[in-house]
Design a protein around this ligand. Structure first.
Ligand SMILES: [Zn+2]
Length: 433
């Protein structure tokens, strides 16, 4: 039970007594890197609280917002007016009231704020124009260009065309790019993207210069975790501690602990895809052997099905025995048609997926796990095997029951992740000590 000590305190000084917390938080203040809190800091915190409550519960009236914040209407009005002046929220339709003044509903402003999202994959590159909430307005798909300079030229030209075609002003709020690799969070440099063959590649600053628009680059799974935090629907309690596991050409994991994306000291945290399941296992695209990715990625699953060496498969397009392009979706169709070999191939993937998820759970104990990627199209076929393998390895019964939520591929979770790179800073808590 949270109790506000005194709502008549000056605006910006909201203190909550957290009687539900038996153990006090023990996060250390870094005496070498801090922002001194000022009167405006607490005011900014309260503004972000209001903004996030509107985002999660919209449409929301001022009275409802005041109830949720447990403060008076006057305090809320000042916060709301500031957010409207900053063009972060707007007043929409008028609601119904039995008597008295009809409430005006508040919404977060997303529909006329544009974002360009790019999902750079080994096989293809997806380019989406979306609003600030990750809602798709236009989508283009083209074969990935491996030369960074040529890719930047192509992206800049396509982005200009896309914005012009959709009647948008030549400026959009930002470009988010997700990549299958590790990205230095501070410099935006792509440290290592094994499938692209990129090490130490800068896309961020060059694309920003070519388009005149801020660019954000992030690992795909980490960006998916950000989208889950910030672009999701109403907070179902699962956005504070979770893992997002992305299974595609490779395997990535985005970790959120205490409401914060874990990046690690040098931006490589969450590389569960390269945890060894068996040091004598199949070759991985990272150059090592027996990594989790080498058992469950789309390439690994298709290699198993065709009984090929996964390190020799050309992942741009996997061909079947007749030389026709063949994808994980095709394999799922065959499994649904009851083809024993197809069922066996994805069954083994399911088993290793479950074992790896147990490692994630035993390491971080998240409240839930989200899984994205094409394999989710077969979830009804593999769910049982995934859970069986997970239960074998989870350290407690409760851990074995960790909920697993599927993000369907049709929702383009990686593109939403790219959009979240631009949108998330608007909603995030201000940084203080
Ligand atoms: Zn590996």
């Amino acid at each position: 039970m949270e109790k506000l000590l005194d709502e008549k305190l000056p605006l910006g000084i909201l203190f909550h007594l957290r009687t539900k917390d038996c153990l006090p938080p023990v996060r250390k203040i870094n005496p070498h890197d801090f922002h001194v809190a000022t009167r405006s800091t607490s005011r900014e915190v309260n503004r972000r609280i209001a903004l996030n409550l509107v985002r999660e519960h919209q449409p929301l009236s001022r009275a409802d917002l005041a109830r949720r914040m447990k403060v008076g209407r006057g305090v809320v009005s000042v916060l709301v007016n500031e957010l409207i002046a900053e063009e972060l929220i707007y007043e929409g339709a008028t609601g119904q009231a039995a008597r008295g003044r009809k409430p005006v509903f508040l919404h977060v402003r997303t529909h006329d704020r544009l974002v360009v999202a790019v999902d750079l994959r080994f096989s293809r590159t997806y380019l989406m124009l979306s609003d600030f909430g990750g809602r798709q307005l236009a989508l283009e798909i083209f074969d990935t260009i491996f030369s960074p300079a040529e890719l930047i030229r192509e992206l800049a030209a396509r982005i200009r065309r896309l914005l012009k075609k959709h009647g948008a002003p030549p400026y959009c709020e930002g470009i988010g790019i997700v990549v299958p690799g590790m990205v230095d969070h501070l410099t935006g440099r792509i440290l290592n993207a094994p499938t692209l063959g990129w090490r130490g590649v800068d896309v961020r600053d060059q694309l920003a210069a070519a388009t005149g628009t801020p660019v954000h680059v992030e690992n795909a799974a980490k960006a998916c975790a950000l989208a889950q935090m910030w672009l999701g629907h109403k907070n179902d309690g699962g956005t504070h501690d979770f893992a997002y596991v992305s299974v595609s050409d490779g395997v990535g994991v985005g970790l959120v602990v205490n409401g914060e994306l874990v990046r690690g000291h040098n931006s490589i945290a969450g590389e569960f895809g390269h945890i060894p399941m068996n040091i004598d296992g199949p070759r991985c695209l990272c150059g090592s052997t027996g990594c989790w990715e080498a058992y469950i990625s789309n390439i690994a699953t298709l290699s198993r099905y065709f009984e090929r060496d996964s390190s020799r498969i050309e992942p741009v397009t996997v061909l079947d025995d007749d030389g026709e392009p063949f994808t994980i979706a095709d394999l799922i169709v065959r499994a649904r048609a009851d083809e024993a070999k197809a069922k066996a191939a994805i069954g083994v993937t399911a088993r290793y997926l479950g074992i790896g998820l147990a490692t994630v759970i035993n390491t971080l104990n998240p409240s839930r796990i989200y899984v994205g990627g094409e394999i989710t199209g077969a979830w009804d076929l593999i769910d049982g095997e995934v859970r069986r393998a997970l239960a074998e390895r989870a350290m407690t019964n409760t851990a074995a029951e960790t909920p697993i939520h599927i993000t369907p591929a049709v929702e383009y979770p990686r593109l939403r992740g790219a959009a979240a790179l631009v949108a998330a800073p608007t909603y995030a808590a201000p940084r203080v000590a």
